[in-house]
Ligand binder design. Sequence first.
Ligand code: AHG
Ligand code: MN
Ligand code: MN
Length: 335
Amino acid sequence: MSQHNQSLGEFIIGNQDSFEYSTGELSKLLHAIRRAAKVVNHKVNKAGLSDILGAAGEENIQGEEQQKLDVYANDIFIDTLINREILCGIASEENDDYITIKGQKNDHKNKYVVLIDPLDGSSNIDVNVSVGTIFSIYRRVSEIGTPVTEEDFLQPGNKQVAAGYVVYGTSTMLVYTTGHGVNGFTLNPAIGTYYLSHPNMKFPEKGNIYSVNEGNYVHFPQGVKDYIKYCQAEEEDRPYTSRYIGSLVSDIHRNILKGGIYIYPQSSKYKTGKLRLLYECNPMAFIAEQAGGKASDGFQRIMDINPKELHQRVPFFCGNKYMVEKAEEFMKNAK
Ligand code: AHG
Ligand code: MN
Ligand code: MN
C-alpha cells in the first residue's frame, strides 16, 4: 500500500513505538480527538441548515461573545475526551477553569492533560469561511494518583508531547506532531476516514505571504509597522502578498503550505496581544517548528515562555524562520 493510502488510525498505531514511554494512551487520545473532530465537522458542514449559526448569548471568561458553534464544539471535545481513561484534566479557551478528571476508578491515575481551542475563527462561522480546532497535549507534572493541579497546565510549550489542529475548510484536515515532524490527514467524508495526504509537512524555503490584521496598523508597535513597510517595499522578491483570513488555523495552514509569516502583535488595543499562549500559540509554535519554521513573541521563542495563567495572551509571530527573524530584527531595532 502506498504511504498516501495510509489512514490516520493506521498511522497512529504504526508510529506508537517512536514515542518515548508510550503505553498506547497517547494513541487513544489522538483517536478520541479524531473522533470528536468528525462530529464537529459534521455540524460545521450543516451550519445554515440546523440552528447553529449566530451567538449563544453568553460571554466566555475573556469577555468574548460565544457563538453557538463555540459552545457545541467545546461540549463535543470535552465529552469525548472525558469519558476515556487517558486524561487527568482538560483546559479550554471557553471555560473559566480547568476540569479535573478522576478516572473511572476515582484514582487520578491518568497521565495526560489537554488544552484546547475547540473552535478557532469564530467570526468566520456565519459567513462560510473555514474555521478550526487547536489542541495541545502535556504529560502531567504532579504526582499520579492525586488530582491534577494548575501547574500541570502551566507548562512551557517546549514540554508538549503532541499538538495539532483541525481545519474545517474546502476539505477537513487533521494536522499533528508528536515531535517527529508534521503530518496532515484529509477526511474522506464519504467513509469517515482520514488519510495521510500531506506527509512530513515543511514550510517551503522561500515565503512571500504576510498575514496580519492591517486594519489595526495605527495601534501596532513601531517594529511591526516597520516590518509591514519592509514587506510592502519594492525590492528583491518583495513586495510580498497579503493574505489574512482571520482564522489562525487557516492562516497558519496556508502559510506552512505556501510560505509566509503570521503576526498578531501587541497593540494599544490588546496590550499583550490577542492570541492565547496555551490554547493557540504553543500548539501552533510546536507545529511550525516541526515544519522547519519559527514562532516568537517578537523577542523570544514562544515555547520557552513560562505561563503564569491559563488564559494568558501573547504577541505572536509565526512562519518561515527567516521571515520571523527579520520581523524580530525590526522589533529589536525599533525606536
Ligand atoms: P477564536 O475564534 O478562537 O476566539 O480565535 C480568533 C483569533 C484567531 O483565530 C484569529 O487569527 C484572530 O483571532 C483574528 O482576530 P482579529 O479579528 O482581531 O483579526
Ligand atoms: Mn482561536
Ligand atoms: Mn476559539
